[in-house]
Design a binder for this molecule. Structure first.
Ligand SMILES: [Zn+2]
Length: 116
């Protein structure tokens, strides 16, 4: 499934289901950023990869967002920014933050931006 254009190289961004550390997650990655399992069973970029764009769907798990959906990723690639709902520990209040494409980490949250 093609989600959009890679912000790094303009290639297609694909969605792939993988199991990483026992968790089933989606890996959103550029078609030129291919992952393969190494001898330690970890996913690493293959030698033929020419791009590094990848985002795991559980990237925001630390802020209690279980999954960045394919739809959200699609919108992010299209518009360059989306708003995500995050929340603190159980019972904590939820809050909204802008999520943008990042040239180094794939995505990043604009923590200092207050959304009303
Ligand atoms: Zn790329």
């Amino acid at each position: 499934m093609i989600l959009g254009k890679c912000p790094y190289c303009g290639g297609n961004v694909l969605s792939k289901k993988i199991t990483a550390r026992g968790q089933k997650v989606h890996l959103y990655h550029c078609e030129h950023a291919m992952k393969e399992k190494d001898i330690n069973d970890d996913y690493v970029f293959s030698a033929t990869s020419t791009c590094r764009f990848q985002v795991y769907s559980n990237v925001l798990l630390r802020w209690n967002k279980r999954s960045l959906s394919e739809l959200e990723m699609k919108k992010l690639l299209q518009e360059g920014q989306i708003v995500v709902r995050l929340h603190g520990k159980k019972g904590g209040s939820e809050y909204f933050k802008p999520l943008i494409l990042d040239t180094e980490y794939g995505i990043s949250v604009l923590w200092d931006t207050q959304l009303s």
